[in-house]
Ligand binder design. Structure first.
Ligand code: CA
Length: 240
């Protein structure tokens, strides 16, 4: 599979975050952190670029710096709300005053985090934003007797909790999002493991084997099939 094809598959399977940050090193760090947390990130340094991207692509949430080179981030926010776009927006800024926070929230932000910040907190806040009911409508993935809550990253089988490790949850989400279709192994490696991690040839195989056994042990009504040399495929038993 070509890199381009891989990118396209990745694009359709992940939660998409629009990052607007002109500080190059910070943008790169945030992008890496989010990718390691299984988000897809598109980063832009300018407000006009971000607004143009919103015209042509769907994003699940936006992280917005306020001090941008071409316009104030608050202006970007007002414009996108003016166009009726309702995606959750988290302002990430060094403006720390309470009055500035209030201004940001009044301009249509859903959350506000000040620099310096902790990457884990940013990710937790994004998950919280993506869990909100109006956004969460499409966030329950179901197959067979299995329900997976994308925002909470929790699964249940026949309404009973089905505990998963973070990576098992990541793999299950990818397979559920493309249920009935083969998900390439290379794409799974890319999205489930961070850039700094070395992935041995059988890492995904071991993970898939473990998840398959777990699903079988609880009558989940779904099966994970191995397509040799290509990837994995999840199918559901049809309910009578
Ligand atoms: Ca800035």
């Amino acid at each position: 599979m070509s890199g381009h094809e891989k990118n396209i598959l990745w694009w359709f399977s992940a939660v998409r975050i629009l990052l607007v940050e002109d500080h190059e090193r910070l943008a790169s760090l945030v992008s890496k952190g989010l990718k390691a947390a299984h988000f897809l990130v598109e980063a832009f340094a300018r407000g006009d670029e971000a607004l143009a991207a919103l015209e042509v692509a769907h994003y699940d949430a936006m992280i917005l710096d306020l001090g941008l080179p071409d316009q104030d981030g608050l202006e970007v926010l007002r414009r996108l709300r003016g166009k009726g776009l309702s995606l959750p927006v988290l302002i990430l800024t060094s403006r720390v005053l309470v009055a500035q926070r209030i201004e940001g929230l009044n301009a249509g932000a859903d959350d506000y985090l000040t620099k310096p910040f902790d990457m884990a907190e940013l990710i937790a806040r994004l998950h919280a934003l993506l869990r909100r009911p109006e956004i969460a409508l499409g966030s329950l993935l179901t197959a067979g007797n299995l329900v997976f809550d994308v925002g909470a990253r929790e699964a249940s089988v026949n309404a009973a909790p089905f505990p998963l490790t973070p990576r098992e949850a990541g793999l299950l989400e990818h397979l559920l999002r493309r249920a009935g279709k083969v998900v390439p192994k290379a794409m799974l490696e890319d999205s489930l493991y961070g850039l700094q991690e070395t992935v041995s040839p059988n890492t995904i195989e071991v993970l898939a084997h473990r998840l398959r056994k777990k699903l079988e042990s609880v009558d989940a009504g779904v099966s994970i099939h191995t397509v040799r040399g290509v990837g994995y495929l999840l199918t559901a038993e049809t309910k009578p």
